[in-house]
Write a protein that binds this ligand. Structure first.
Ligand code: ADP
Ligand code: ASP
Ligand code: MG
Length: 438
C-alpha cells in the first residue's frame, strides 16, 4: 500500500462554487489525498438539473434534429459561473464552443455525456492546483464495451508515475480513441479503479449523506447509518437499489483489499461508512445491515404438473429469455411451478413474444403474468446465524397489511427478498425497517 488516498466527489459535492470550497478544504485536509476523481455538477436544490441529464438531453435533441440551444445555455451558464466564482484560469468558453460544435456534428451520446466530468475536472484541477489527467488516456475499454482492467492498470501507472497530485475525471474512458462511459453513476467505478492502480490505502467516496444508511432516506426518514459493511452486503444492497455507490465499484478494490469509506462533503466530521473484508468486521451485532428495493418488475408464473420430472424445462425457459435479449432477476421455483422475475424495462414490448414461445416450447398448464411488482431485499451478514429474522420480517408485513406475493432467499444467505405490489412498496419497506430499528 502506498501513501495515497483516492478521493471521489459526487455531483452534489461539486454542484456550485460553495461546494467546491468544501471539497478543497477536504482535499487539503490530508496530504495523502493525492488523486481526486470528480463527477459532473449535480443538483444544487431539489428541482435543479444534473449536468449529465442536460447533456443527454442535448444529444437526444441533436439526434432528432431539434435545436438544443436552450438546454446548452443552462450548461454554459453553470460552468461559466463556476469558473468565474472560483477565479480559475480555464478557457471554459472555448471548451464549451468545441463541445457544442461536436454535438451539432453528431457526436455520440457517450462523448456528449462525458463532457460533464471533463469540464468539471478541468475546473477542479485548476482550483486545487493539481494536474489534469484526461480519463480518455488511462481508462481503457474492450471492444465489447467492458472495462479492460489490465490495459487500464498499465496506462494509469505509467501516466501517474511522475505526477504527485492529479485530478482524473470520473465516468468515462475510451476505446481506440473513442469516448465510452460507464453506466449512470459510474464515477464511483473510476474512483475505485484509480485507487487500485495507485495501490491506495483507502478509497474515499464523498457524497451528500453520512455514509451508507440502513434504508433509502427518500423512503424512511433519518435512517441509521451503517458503520461497517462487507463488500458482499454492499453489493446486494446497491444492486437492489441503494444507489449511494455504483454496484460495480467494489470489484476493482475488493480483491486487493482497499477499504472504501463513504463520507459526507457537507459533514466531513462524520466518520461515514467503511466497506471492508468480512474478516475485518468483528461483531455482527444487529441482525440486519440494511434494506433496499426496486419497483417495476413483471413476474411470469408458470405451472405444469410433473414439471420436476421434465428434464430441460428451465433450460428452455432461459433460452427463450436469452434469445430475446432479456435477463432475469430471480427465478423462485416450487415442485410444479416456476416464476420468472424480470425488470419491466428489460421486457419492453417483448412480453407477447416471450409468452407465445413459452406456450409453444414448454406447453405449460397455466401461465400468468403479474405486472407492477416490487422487490425488497433485507440484507445482513448475521442473518444466517440469527434466529427469527424471517419471522420479524413477515410479522411486520402482516401487521402493515401488506400482501407478500413472493419470497426468495439468496443462496449466500445474507438476504431475504420479498415481492409485493408496487403500490405496497413504501409501506412494506418502512414496516421492515421499523421491525429492526426501534
Ligand atoms: P453522488 O452524486 O455523490 O454520487 P448519489 O446521488 O449517487 O450521490 O448517491 C447518494 C444518494 O443516494 C443519497 O443522497 C440518497 O438519496 C441515496 N440513497 C439511496 N439509498 C441509500 C442508502 N441506503 N444510504 C444512503 N443513501 C442512499
Ligand atoms: N455524472 C454521471 C451521472 O450522473 C456519473 C456520476 O455521477 O457518477 O450518472
Ligand atoms: Mg453517485
Amino acid at each position: 500500500m502506498s501513501d495515497v488516498v483516492v478521493a471521489k466527489f459526487g455531483g452534489s459535492s461539486l454542484a456550485d462554487s460553495e461546494q467546491f470550497q468544501k471539497v478543497r478544504n477536504i482535499v487539503f485536509g490530508n496530504d495523502k489525498r493525492r488523486y481526486v476523481v470528480p463527477s459532473a455538477p449535480g443538483k444544487r436544490f431539489k428541482k435543479d438539473y444534473k449536468i449529465t441529464d442536460l447533456l443527454y438531453l442535448c444529444y437526444e435533441h441533436a439526434k432528432n434534429e431539434i435545436s438544443f440551444e436552450d438546454v446548452f445555455k443552462h450548461i454554459e451558464e453553470r460552468y461559466k459561473t463556476l469558473a468565474l466564482e472560483l477565479n480559475v484560469d480555464v478557457d471554459i468558453q472555448s471548451h464549451l464552443e468545441e463541445i457544442k460544435l461536436k454535438i451539432e456534428e453528431g457526436a455520440s451520446a457517450d462523448y456528449t455525456a462525458s463532457r460533464g466530468e471533463y469540464l468539471n475536472g478541468l475546473i477542479l484541477a485548476a482550483f486545487l492546483n493539481y494536474e489534469f489527467v484526461d480519463a480518455a488516456e488511462v481508462i481503457k475499454f474492450k471492444h465489447f464495451g467492458t472495462l479492460d482492467m489490465a490495459a487500464t492498470e498499465i496506462a494509469v501507472r505509467e501516466r501517474l508515475k511522475n505526477i504527485d497530485k492529479a485530478v482524473i475525471p470520473g465516468f468515462y474512458g475510451a476505446i481506440d480513441g473513442k469516448i465510452k462511459t460507464f453506466s449512470r453513476g459510474g464515477s464511483d467505478i473510476t474512483g475505485a479503479i484509480i485507487a487500485r492502480c495507485t495501490n491506495a490505502e483507502l478509497y474515499e467516496n464523498w457524497t451528500d449523506v453520512s455514509g451508507f444508511l440502513m434504508a433509502d432516506p427518500n423512503i424512511v426518514a433519518n435512517p441509521k447509518s451503517i458503520e461497517n459493511v462487507t463488500y458482499k452486503e454492499l453489493r446486494e444492497l446497491s444492486y437492489m437499489g441503494a444507489k449511494v455507490l455504483h454496484e460495480e465499484s467494489i470489484f476493482p478494490v475488493r480483491d486487493v483489499g482497499i477499504p472504501i469509506n463513504i463520507r459526507n462533503t457537507n459533514r466531513p466530521e462524520d466518520k461515514g461508512t467503511f466497506i471492508v473484508d468480512e474478516q475485518r468486521v468483528q461483531a455482527y451485532g444487529d441482525t440486519i445491515t440494511g434494506i433496499a428495493g426496486k419497483k417495476d418488475f413483471v413476474v411470469i408464473a408458470i405451472q405444469k404438473m410433473l414439471m420436476n420430472l421434465e428434464q430441460g424445462f428451465c433450460r428452455k425457459l432461459l433460452t427463450i429469455l436469452e434469445s430475446n435479449g432479456v435477463s432475469f432477476e430471480n427465478m423462485p421455483a416450487g415442485i410444479d411451478s416456476v416464476s420468472l422475475v424480470i425488470e419491466e424495462c428489460q421486457v419492453g414490448d417483448k412480453l407477447e413474444i416471450i409468452l407465445e414461445e413459452i406456450k409453444r416450447q414448454c406447453n405449460p398448464d397455466t401461465i400468468d403474468v403479474h405486472p407492477n411488482m416490487a422487490l425488497i431485499a433485507t440484507v445482513g451478514k448475521g442473518m444466517n446465524r440469527t434466529k427469527g429474522v424471517a419471522t420479524k420480517i413477515f410479522k411486520s408485513l402482516s401487521e402493515a397489511e401488506v400482501n407478500v406475493r413472493m419470497i426468495n432467499q439468496g443462496s449466500s444467505e445474507i438476504n431475504v427478498i420479498i415481492g409485493v405490489e408496487n403500490e405496497d412498496f413504501e409501506n412494506a419497506y418502512r414496516a421492515i425497517y421499523s421491525a429492526f430499528v426501534k
